[in-house]
Design a protein around this ligand. Sequence first.
Ligand code: SF4
Length: 275
Amino acid sequence: MRLSYSQYRTFLQCPRLYHYQATKVPPPVKPSSYFALYGILIEAFFKKYTNVYTKQGVTLSNDQIREILKSLWGYVLEKNYVDWSDPWVNETADQILENVYNDVLLNMNTFSFWKEAQSEVSFEVLLKKSQDVLSCRMDFIWRKPDGTVEILDGKGTNKLDKNVDIEQLLFYALMYLLRNKRIPDKLGFLYYKYHLIKYIDFNMDTVMAFKDKLALVKKAIAKTEVFEPVVGLSKHCKWCAYRFGCDAYNDKKDANAQKKQSLITEKYDGGVISL
Ligand code: SF4
C-alpha cells in the first residue's frame, strides 16, 4: 500500500472519498480549483525562488518578480479548471495575482531561510515489515549551518489557527525520522498572508504516538472491504468533488432541509409563549 498524509487524513474523514481517490474514480463534475489558486501560485514562485534563484545568487528586482509571477500564473490557470461564475468567487484572476505579488514581497523580506532551504522536497519511505510506502512532499526543509533542521508547511489561508492540522507536521517529522534517524528540531506552519511562522510543540514521544495511530489507520485501510461514506455537510463534503453523485450526502442534505422546513411551518396560534 502507498499512503500519503492526505490519503491518511481523507480516510479518517470519509473512507468512501479515500476509496474514490485511491482508485482514481472520475468525479461526476469537474471540481473548481478557485480556492487553491493563491496557494498554487505562491508555492510555485517560492519553489523557483528557493531552489533556483537563491542558489544561483540571483537578486530579483520587483519587476522581475512580477514577470516571473505572471508567467507562472498563465501556466497555473491553464492547468487548473476554475469556474469563475461560482457564487463564492470574490476575487478576479488579476486580484489574486496582485495579492500573491504583495505577499511574495512581504515574505521574502520577512524571512531569511530561502537561501539555505529546499522547497517542495519529496520523500518516499519503504517500510520493510509491511512493504508499505509512505510518501510526502514538504513545502520547505531548512537545514541550518548549525546542524539544526526546520520543516515548514506553507498555508494560504486567511484564517490563522483555523483548521490547523498538527498531524500533518507530525507525519513530516516521522518521515524525516525514518530517513535520517532523527526528528527535525522545529516544525511550523508558514502563513503566507500574515508572513508569520507558527511553530508547534512536539518531541519524540508525540511523533511515536502519531506513528502508532498511523499504523492503526494503515491496518484499517488494508482490512476495509466496503468503504462507507461518512457525511460532514459543512466539513469535508462541502468541497468533495463526488458530492453530486453521493447518496449519503444527498440523503443527509434532504433530511436537514426537511427538518428546517418543518421548523418554519410549525403552527403558531397567536398565544403568548412562556419562556
Ligand atoms: S460527499 Fe461526503 S460522504 Fe460523500 S463521498 Fe464525498 S466526502 Fe464522502
